[in-house]
Write a protein that binds this ligand. Structure first.
Ligand code: ZN
Length: 156
């Protein structure tokens, strides 16, 4: 996992240190859209001798976003902290209003959602506004029933 992370970082032309590779590998293995603080805590638990700093985690995440290896999602909810995603392909999110937590919409429902868009909608938007739509991203904001999301990954 770490070797793969190193190769990916190096292929993007940014400096690849062991610490950066650990940050990226930690983000990649999480499906929970962690905050920088959560990534830092996970790394400190797993690699207490690594000596990674919060600043290194932040700077690495920003560098990964700059080269397209990660995406940053604006913060909301109680903490207001930004969240990060190693999945850079466009995919719909469910955002919990209260906690700010982000969960991927299951792929079958995501496909159905995109398929449900009227076929000519993009063309009509371009005609009426002059805006060239290059990507469509959905974020559904609400709350999980009973305050939890047992069917969704929370691991990091
Ligand atoms: Zn996601």
């Amino acid at each position: 996992m770490i070797e793969e992370a190193k190769q990916k970082i190096a292929s993007c032309g940014i400096r690849c240190t062991h610490q950066r590779a650990i940050v990226y590998a930690t983000l990649r293995e999480s499906r929970a859209h962690p905050t920088a603080e959560e990534i830092y805590t996970t790394i400190m638990t797993r690699h207490p001798d690594l000596g990674v700093s919060m600043a290194t985690v932040y700077n690495t995440l920003e560098a990964l976003c700059d080269v397209g290896l990660a995406r940053k999602h604006a913060g909301s909810g109680k903490t207001g902290s930004a969240r990060y995603d190693a999945e850079c392909k466009c995919h719909p999110h469910l955002r919990d209003r209260e906690s700010g937590r982000i969960v991927d919409l299951p792929p079958d429902l995501a496909s159905e959602l995109f398929d449900a868009l009227p076929q000519n909608m993009i063309e009509r938007i371009r005609e009426q506004t002059g805006f060239d739509v290059q990507r469509i991203c959905f974020e559904l904001v609400g709350s999980f029933k009973n305050g939890n999301a047992d069917n969704h990954p929370t691991d990091i």
